[in-house]
Design a protein around this ligand. Structure first.
Ligand code: PLP
Length: 419
């Protein structure tokens, strides 16, 4: 209650924006993930890795737009590419040169991509990948992991949330290699696709073991179900995503988030024979339309983002900075039931000890600490996801990371009686 009161008193303009928005937007927002009580902070402006809210408070942006903001808020080369594209006319209802170039860049980087198609979001990318898999195999059923997240429309992370999934759905437990492989084998002849994040992002930055992914790969190859890696968040972990780091190649991959420099984006792709179901040169192909699929600003920004900026040393340096930060954060809470899981530049706080291999039902005491952590960090000037996730962007500096680690050390000292 104290944290809420202090938070609210410092943010009268955010409170007012929320009250007004609630009149016409249920919950006062149009992205469920941005909602938290008592009301979310409304940001007014961003520059590099800094944010300013409508009440004039400054933050270091450690959320990086849930991984889509990898380039920060004012990367000049991206802004120039977008402006130049728009100067040539807002969407032209035609194919352009930029989309073929971006497709070539992505296929050159991700081991599983022979061919790719673009969408407006990661959500659509997953829906289209499933459509492609079901069309190619002629098999209807799909398997996903409990606690996974594949987008805001078909929210199939749990039996309860799968209200809008119009296909026969099966669930596996994350990192249960034997159980998942057995379920896949039991569904042979029905199961067309297994869709999985190689690290759960929204589910708490919980990495998959290589053994789990390898077991999925083997069972899918054996039964004819297609293995789809949702790398919408994890593709940043190497030039060719987590699939390249693990040396495990899925049949299809979905991408999104930062790939178009922060503009709206999604992509799905994979083996040439599978993606051939969308080839208009062939008879009986599956449709895949979408007014903004090749919008000129995303395509232009994507070329610069992936072709010129986020490659080589930039990828490894961001990964290393994240690893170093996570080690410092874990050192700050050593010995307590608190830890930061993740890979490279993505991490999430958990208030329990022991290995975390899949999502869990948190105790009320854990939820309380998680909430306090979020509000204490905001107070200290660090913007994170409400669930305690951070995703570093390129403009975040070592000094920013050191300040954050110090803030976490202070949190641990102040809140120790609650652990
Ligand atoms: N897949 C994963 C792993 C995600 O984390 C997200 C978004 O958070 C999506 C898919 C959906 O992407 P979008 O929000 O662009 O629809």
């Amino acid at each position: 209650a104290d944290a809420h009161a202090r938070y609210s008193a410092a943010r009268p303009k955010s409170a007012e924006i929320h009250t007004r928005a609630r009149e016409h937007l249920p919950g006062g927002n149009t992205r469920s993930v941005l909602f938290y009580t008592p009301f979310p902070t409304a940001m007014a402006r961003g520059e590099g890795a800094r944010l300013w809210d409508v009440d004039g408070r400054e933050y270091t942006d450690l959320l990086g737009e849930y991984t889509a903001g990898l380039f920060g808020h004012s990367e000049k080369r991206i802004l120039d590419a977008v402006k130049m594209a728009l100067d040539n006319g807002i969407n032209l209802a035609s194919v352009g040169v930029a989309e073929g170039q971006l497709a070539a860049i992505l296929c050159g980087r991700f081991p599983s991509l022979d061919m790719v198609r673009f969408t407006n979001s990661g959500t659509e990318a997953n829906m289209m990948a499933l459509a492609g898999a079901r069309g190619f195999t002629g098999l209807s059923d799909v398997m996903v992991a409990r606690g996974g997240y594949h987008g805001g429309v078909m929210t199939f992370g749990s039996e309860k949330n799968a209200v809008n999934v119009p296909l026969p759905l099966h669930f596996m437990d994350y990192n249960d290699a034997e159980g998942a492989a057995a379920s896949i084998r039991a569904l042979k002849g029905r199961l067309g696709a297994v869709l999985v994040e190689p690290m759960l992002g929204s589910g708490g930055c919980i990495p998959a073991s290589r053994a789990f992914l390898a077991a999925l790969r083997e069972a899918c190859t054996e039964t004819g179900a297609l293995l789809i890696f949702d790398e919408v968040m994890t593709s940043r972990h190497s030039e060719g995503g987590l699939q390249k780091l693990h040396g495990i190649t899925p049949d299809l991959t979905t991408l999104g988030k930062y790939v178009a420099g922060g503009m709206s984006f999604g992509a799905f792709g994979g083996r040439a024979d599978i993606m051939g179901v969308f080839d208009g040169h062939k008879p009986g192909t599956l449709p895949h339309a979408g007014t903004f699929n090749n919008n000129v600003w995303s395509m232009a920004a994507g070329n610069v983002a992936m072709g010129e900026i986020f490659k080589g040393e930039a990828v490894t340096a961001l990964h290393a900075r994240g690893e170093k930060l996570r080690a410092a954060l874990n050192a700050a809470c050593a010995g307590l039931p608190m830890q930061f899981t993740g890979i490279g530049s993505m991490m999430c706080v958990h208030f329990r000890s022991g290995d975390i291999i899949r999502p869990y039902k948190a105790e009320p005491s854990e939820e309380k600490l998680r909430e306090l952590f979020f509000f204490d960090m905001l107070e200290a000037g660090f913007y994170l996801a409400r669930r305690g996730m951070a995703a570093l962007s390129l403009p975040v500096t070592d000094e920013d990371c050191e300040r954050f680690a110090s803030a976490v050390t202070e949190f641990v000292a102040l809140r120790r009686p609650l652990f």
